[in-house]
Design a protein around this ligand. Structure first.
Ligand SMILES: Nc1nc2c(ncn2[C@@H]2O[C@H](COP(=O)(O)OP(=O)(O)OP(=O)(O)O)[C@@H](O)[C@H]2O)c(=O)[nH]1
Length: 511
């Protein structure tokens, strides 16, 4: 085995090769059989490799199709199988061909580690891959950090990616912290959909997340609301595996009570965790379900166990815990699930989810193209408008057949990225909050204006009253004036009259 790319030291994969023994042994089988010698897939020397092979081909889309029965028996077409040059041909050989194809193409597997800061995500990943993939001394100050590596062996390769979410939940306001992870998962799916539309698909980058390990605080006080909300959102998009971190901080009794509590919260909150462990599958995995949620102890230190062996673990005054001891924690079983038993299931189920997203996305692009005719949110040319009006039938989009591609061309990645931002719950909530704040402020201002108007009206009324009083006074004064004038006239006229009569008297006397 050799390693390229990433930070994995070249000597480390020796341990890693032990972890993925099944993977490399399968690769050996592929090599031998491709050289012309038939190797019965159910008769390989390693019983472990045999069980892996049986399980891998048993699971399709997360459901059990057939357990150990060869495909040909299922279909009753044994007669269709014949031998040519010592090699099986026909339907019996199809699963083998499929495995050859997988080995040739290699497997992409990306796991995200989420959960609140300081729960041992980095330590766990380094323990899981038995290497220092993530350098915990130089932690990057970004919410999402991606680590990539390739393990090659016997003609096949496993490209694995790890997405770390350092510092999750450290913000003052964590209401939308989960969006960073969810946006990342959505963006990778969206990017892959658009990459598939490119003419050259050989250089496609597949960064889709296949599984998310969610680290829960070891406590006997339930789960934080932030964890419940984040798990709910993640579980809608990815295979979610909740795990109890730092299980060495709980006693056996506390751990079993906490496990029951988590199971109950997950049930009540309707969080759809990874479905490979449900009860319609093999007994071995049924047993795994009893262990769910897995309790993990991680460590980068080596300690001496009771037998004096050097093992990865943690040392306490009361004793030593070994991370790979199944009696101490579920580390080993989780490692087998991730890198061995269910590796193919994770990839297959992600493909299923991807297909749903892809068809949903294409449908959305058609609807968005239809909206171009009624709204002007997307700028289109006159020619495009004419095409949408005359050539497209938006009532029955299936009828348009290949004409739909013109709509996909109009509603491109740039537009869909904008749509994704507009549909972002954080954006919508912030927008609603801003609208509410605006309404509150404008209501307050309207109230102020109303009061101001009211006081103006009152003032105006007072002024009017004053004016009325003044007018009234004026009128009275005018009346008084008139009266006085009249009296004056009267006085004058009476004086005049008396003067006239006095003059008359004088005239008479003179005569
Ligand atoms: N007791 C105990 N301590 C652990 C365990 N796993 C990790 N630690 C310790 O917890 C501390 C934090 O571990 P990290 O791996 O850096 O935690 P993290 O989740 O990656 O932290 P962030 O990157 O800040 O999100 C380190 O001192 C580890 O040694 C465990 O299983 N048990």
């Amino acid at each position: 085995m050799k390693s390229k790319e990433g930070r994995l030291p070249t000597d480390c994969p020796v341990e890693f090769s032990q972890i993925i023994t099944g993977f490399s042994e399968e690769a050996k089988v592929h090599k031998q059989s491709s050289q012309g010698k038939h190797v019965d897939q159910y008769q390989t020397k390693s019983p472990k490799s045999r069980s892996i092979r049986q399980r891998s081909s048993s699971f399709v889309n997360g459901k059990c199709k057939s357990k150990e029965t060869p495909l040909s028996e299922n279909y009753g077409v044994d007669e269709m199988n014949s031998k040519l040059d010592g090699r099986n041909i026909g339907i019996r050989n199809l699963p083998h061909q499929r495995e050859l194809l997988n080995a040739k193409n290699g497997i992409h597997f990306t796991v995200m580690v989420a959960g609140q800061s300081g729960l041992g995500k980095t330590t766990f990943i380094n323990s899981l891959f038995a290497t220092s993939l993530i350098n915990d001394n130089i932690k990057e100050n970004r919410p999402i950090v991606r680590y990539k590596n390739i393990i090659e062996g016997d003609g096949t390769h496993l490209r694995f990616g790890v997405i770390d979410t350092p510092g999750f939940g450290n913000d003052m306001d964590n209401a939308f912290t989960w969006r960073t992870m969810v946006n990342y998962i959505d963006e990778e799916i969206r990017s892959y959909i658009f990459q598939e539309e490119q003419p050259d698909r050989t250089k496609m980058i597949d960064d889709r997340v296949h599984c998310c390990l969610y680290f829960l605080k070891p406590s006997n006080k339930g789960i934080d609301a932030l964890d419940v909300l984040t798990m709910k959102e993640l579980a809608r998009r990815v295979n979610l595996i909740p795990i109890i971190a730092k299980a060495d901080l709980l006693t056996k009794h506390e751990l079993s009570i906490f496990k029951m509590e988590i199971r109950e919260i997950i049930r009540v909150q309707n969080i759809s965790v990874c479905c490979f462990f449900d009860n319609n599958i093999l007994d071995a995995t049924k047993d795994i379900f009893q262990k769910f949620p897995f309790s993990i102890i991680a460590s980068k230190e080596y300690v001496l166990n009771k037998k004096g062996e050097k093992v990865k673990g943690r040392e306490y005054k009361w004793g030593t815990v070994e991370i790979e001891n199944e009696k101490h924690c579920d580390f080993k079983i989780l490692q087998k699930i991730l890198l061995d038993w269910h590796l193919i299931d994770f990839v297959e189920s992600t493909e299923d989810y991807y297909e749903k997203c892809r068809s949903e996305m294409l449908r959305t692009r058609l609807l968005k193209a239809r909206d171009c005719l009624t709204t002007n949110t997307v700028e289109i040319t006159d020619e495009q408008r004419k095409f949408l009006q005359e050539e497209m039938n938006f009532e029955d989009i299936e009828e348009n057949k290949l004409k739909n591609y013109k709509c996909y061309e109009i509603i491109n990645k740039v537009i869909m990225d904008k749509v994704a931002t507009e549909w972002d719950p954080e954006f919508i909530t912030r927008q609603l909050e801003a609208k509410k704040r605006f309404n509150d402020i404008s209501n307050q201002e309207i109230l102020k204006i109303k009061e101001w108007k009211k006081s103006l009206f009152m003032k105006q009324e007072n002024f009017n009253q004053e004016i009325e009083e003044l007018n009234h006074n004026l009128e009275n004064l005018q009346l008084e004036c008139q009266d006085l004038e009249y009296r004056l006239l009267m006085d004058k006229s009476s004086n005049h009259h008396s003067t006239d009569s006095a003059t008359l008297v004088n005239v008479h006397i003179k005569r």
